[in-house]
Design a protein around this ligand. Structure first.
Ligand code: CNA
Length: 255
């Protein structure tokens, strides 16, 4: 913790790679924790857990996704201490980039500016048809998700879903731009991700060897390859972010 605060006092150009863990305190379950989405949908007896978000499986069994999404699609949830910390880094003028694997839109709700934010796995802020690509009204998608009912495109009758990238769909990321921006960072904070989903997980390897990487996760990650100057914090990311912000005396404006 001291090492993180000291690193931030040096006013480094800072980047973030974040995952579902930073939204758990808000009320969004992550994928792989004991009480995550995969555990909660075990009763659906999927052929493999990721099938829930697999485009080929979705085409054949759309009801499974809409049934599972029923309890998860929420609009009333707000940003966590982790989001607020990222916002504070932005307000300090230190933020270079935030790469979020999350699709819940909480970074935007927290006030992270669009030019700092990269959402390779898309966002649930809009919806469209998987066949003709026509927009599907998001308010209506929300209602269907709440009821657990399948959304059909009004133009071609195909299946519609939130603009969240499913397994088997191309991710929304300019890899060269991401690499360029991550390489600019003196400090790169990775938090609340299992670093399992590729290609985004490999962004953890992009920072320059001289940069300080910080890994904040409540479990150890076998896939993470530590470097000499890494700061490894096996901890709750909200507790770390709140303490860092308090110790630095950083406040955030309302968004
Ligand atoms: P994951 O594989 O579920 O991993 C989450 C990681 O966060 C795990 O290693 C947990 O131990 C850790 N974790 C959970 N809570 C905390 C906490 N409070 N403090 C510290 N660590 C914590 O999720 P990833 O993000 O790695 O996987 C990428 C997937 C998850 C993306 O495609 C997302 O779209 C998808 N996802 C997003 C959301 C969301 O938008 N809120 C929710 C669930 C899944």
């Amino acid at each position: 913790m001291n090492a993180l605060v000291t690193a931030l006092r040096a006013r480094p150009t800072t980047g973030f790679l974040v995952g579902a863990g930073i939204s758990v305190a808000a009320g969004y379950p992550d994928f792989r924790s004991k009480d995550g989405i995969y555990a909660r949908t075990a009763h659906l007896q999927l052929p493999y857990p990721e099938a829930l978000f697999d485009i080929t499986y979705f085409r054949k069994h759309p009801q499974t996704f809409f049934t599972a999404a029923k309890g998860v699609a929420r609009e009333d949830l707000g940003p966590t201490h982790a989001h607020s910390f990222i916002k504070a880094v932005q307000e300090q003028g230190l933020l270079e980039v935030v790469i979020t694997q999350n699709i819940d839109g909480l970074e935007r709700k927290a006030g992270i500016s669009a030019e700092k934010l990269i959402e390779p796995h898309g966002s649930n802020a809009s919806s469209s048809c998987i066949d003709c690509g026509a927009d599907f009204p998001n308010a209506e998608m929300r209602k269907l998700l709440h009821k657990g009912e399948i959304a059909y495109c009004k133009h071609c009758g195909g299946l519609a879903k939130p603009n969240v990238v499913f397994f088997g769909e191309p991710i929304r990321m300019n890899a060269l731009e991401v690499r360029r921006r991550v390489e600019k960072c003196d400090l790169f904070i990775i938090m609340g991700t299992s670093l399992v989903v590729q290609p985004v997980a490999s962004i953890a390897e992009y920072p320059d060897k001289k940069a300080v990487r910080v890994l904040i996760n409540r479990e150890t990650l076998p896939k993470f390859r530590p470097r000499e100057n890494d700061i490894l914090l096996q901890a709750d990311c909200d507790a770390v972010c709140k303490e860092a912000k308090d110790r630095l005396g950083w406040t955030t404006s309302a968004s």
